[in-house]
Design a protein around this ligand. Sequence first.
Ligand SMILES: [Zn+2]
Ligand SMILES: [Zn+2]
Length: 350
Amino acid sequence: MPANVNGYAAHSPKDDLVPFQFDRRDPRPDDVSIEILYCGVCHSDLHTVRNDWGWTVYPVVPGHEIIGRVIGLGSAVSRFKIGDTVGVGCLVDSCQECDSCHHGHEQYCPAFVPTYGGKDRHDGSSTRGGYSEKIVVSDKFVLKVPEGMDLKGAAPLLCAGITTYSPLRHWNVGEGDKVAVVGLGGLGHMALKLAKAMGAEVSLFTRSPGKEADARRLGADHIVLSTKEDQMASVAGKFNLIVDTVPYAHDLNPYVPTLAVDGTLVLVGYLGELTPSLNSMPMVLQRKAVAGSLIGGIQETQEMLDFCGAHGITADVEMIKIRDINQAYERMLKSDVKYRFVIDMASLKS
Ligand SMILES: [Zn+2]
Ligand SMILES: [Zn+2]
């Protein structure tokens, strides 16, 4: 196969991302061919590049917060036309037959195909993500970007946005509900904006007093310093839902007592063992739950984009050139970004 697309790839866990040429297929009848304009930089990109989860296949071209323009269509595609502004998130295919697929929860399909680092279900080729100039995706997995949306800030909605929107919807957050967000990063800042727009009274748990002004600007009504016992005690039994966006192992025990009866703490940022172990007492005594949630289905992702369009919501982003991606990873590890890096893909050409 001839290499027809420029991108950036990592070739081993220890190497920087470097320029990489590879092939994208010609559109199949149900495919949409997309010129990539912007791609957000997600923590999962970094985890995958460094093989933190042990499943990376190299070379890997990361990127699953993709905004682009339609430049080609398969013969059977009628939902899109050339020039449409579209998005692609974390999934590019699924089995279409299992219960999860039937319910529009493709993210829970055992055979879902991730946008990068997966295997195409038809030809077995490796899927490669948005750190590249072009992508070809089955039209079922292509999202419509609402008219007038800022496209740079829209890119992170495709992962950070849906990752926080889906649990807010699943647990029926609405007017007057009390929602707390743990952690103010790429996911956390989206959770504040979305929960506020859904009508909730929103609190931010943080360890850093310096984040207060920003948190309020993003939608927090209250700030709770999780390092202060008196502040934690003052919110005991308060929250209907806590969205925990922290991407590393941390102690959940201080948070569970702040849930109301029947409240849920949902993990969206961390994969792995909970340490220290979780005390069941507050859960059992007041029917509180600790749960997890993964991105969202395609229909729900479209709903999220439309919701964001209607409420004027996009991510707060810092634009970078693709050659600066390795420094961006180092800064991301130090949480030194407000609140998401987005790659301007025009920089691939210059
Ligand atoms: Zn992501
Ligand atoms: Zn399925």
